[in-house]
Design a protein around this ligand. Structure first.
Ligand code: AMP
Length: 307
């Protein structure tokens, strides 16, 4: 029941109304893999970094229970770098810089020990590389989840469309759903995206929660109302990691179980935003996670008796 997570492992520089960081560890696969590792100890990372990436962090990935056999370290190359600035509302941000660096000639290798994978999380990465990973799995995983972002919609449309066709679940945020479809209504956007290939679509709405669609059904999960959101970076990836982590743990890909997975994903994302970068995501206890999930249950539970 292993889970392969592919995506960026990065350096990020972040500006929020609360402060600024210089080159901290980030990356889509870093957040997704770390979140998933709280649900299954069978997380297998596929990514690439330069030799400027701290070996202590790779040790940390292993300590969290991730296999790093598929994490390539390229000598003489620089790690992917991303910089972003959040607006006052913390729901919107501008990308200030994206330096692909080592990603430019990344050729993902899937080690033999990863080939039994049942679940595949394609976290944010060039869409043609996400596609390569699907093609390089000898047996198609039971569920392939893909995350992407506006950057690839703006720069690699055709490759993105080819990859989207191959996945089971796509996760995007609300503005990305609108960008993909030119539809303002998220319900119309969802129906259009579901015609592009995926059987399920998750639209993340930041502090306003997330929607899960298939062609017939829709489910809504709130985000936890938090007093302070310190740094939203990685919240989407953490959400996706919690989502696929729960599915890998339970091995149940029904719509009903996806509803539960969305709650676990939302609970993990609520930790991520409490501190800069990965800080809050390391060393969480099961009791802390259970308590958060209980808060979600309490938040949306009500009794109505229809006569
Ligand atoms: P999120 O806040 O969930 O959208 O994810 C933010 C993370 O995605 C950061 O840690 C970045 O390193 C990473 N990231 C930013 N831009 C890209 C991109 N174009 N492709 C892949 N990963 C990216």
């Amino acid at each position: 029941m292993s889970l392969v997570v592919v995506g960026t492992v990065a350096f990020d520089a972040i500006q929020t109304p609360f402060g600024k960081t210089d080159k901290i560890i980030g990356g889509a696969a870093t957040y997704s893999g770390t979140a998933a590792s709280y649900f299954t100890k069978n997380v297998k990372l596929v990514s690439v970094v330069g030799d400027d990436f701290p070996p202590a962090m790779i040790d940390q990935f292993r300590k969290s229970g991730m296999s790093t056999e598929g994490l390539q370290v390229k000598h003489g190359a620089k790690t992917f770098f991303w910089s972003g600035r959040y607006h006052e509302d913390m729901n919107t941000r501008d990308t200030l810089d994206t330096q692909l660096n080592v990603l430019l000639d990344f050729d993902p290798v899937i080690p033999d020990s990863y080939q039994d994978c049942e679940f595949l999380m394609l976290s944010n990465l060039m869409p043609q590389l996400q596609k390569k990973v699907i093609e390089r799995m000898r047996t198609r995983p039971k569920l392939v989840v893909m995350d992407t972002m506006n950057f690839w919609m703006e720069t690699q449309w055709d490759a993105l469309m080819e990859t989207i066709q191959l996945v089971d679940v796509l996760t995007v945020n609300d503005s990305e759903a609108r960008l993909l479809t030119k539809e303002y209504s998220l319900v119309k956007a969802a129906q259009k995206i579901l015609q592009m290939g995926p059987r399920y679509l998750i639209i993340k709405k930041g502090e306003h929660g997330a929607l899960l669609f298939n062609k017939e059904q829709v489910f809504f999960a709130p985000a936890l109302p938090l007093e302070d959101v310190f740094d939203p970076t990685g919240a989407g990836d953490t959400f996706a990691g919690g989502f696929i982590g729960h599915i890998a743990q339970t091995r149940d890909i029904s719509f009903d179980n996806m509803k539960r997975a969305i709650i676990f994903g939302s609970a993990m994302a609520s930790f991520c935003v409490e501190k800069f970068g990965l800080e809050r995501m390391i060393g969480l206890t099961q009791a802390e996670i259970d308590e958060r999930v209980q808060q979600f249950i309490d938040l949306v539970q009500f009794d109505i008796e229809l006569v």
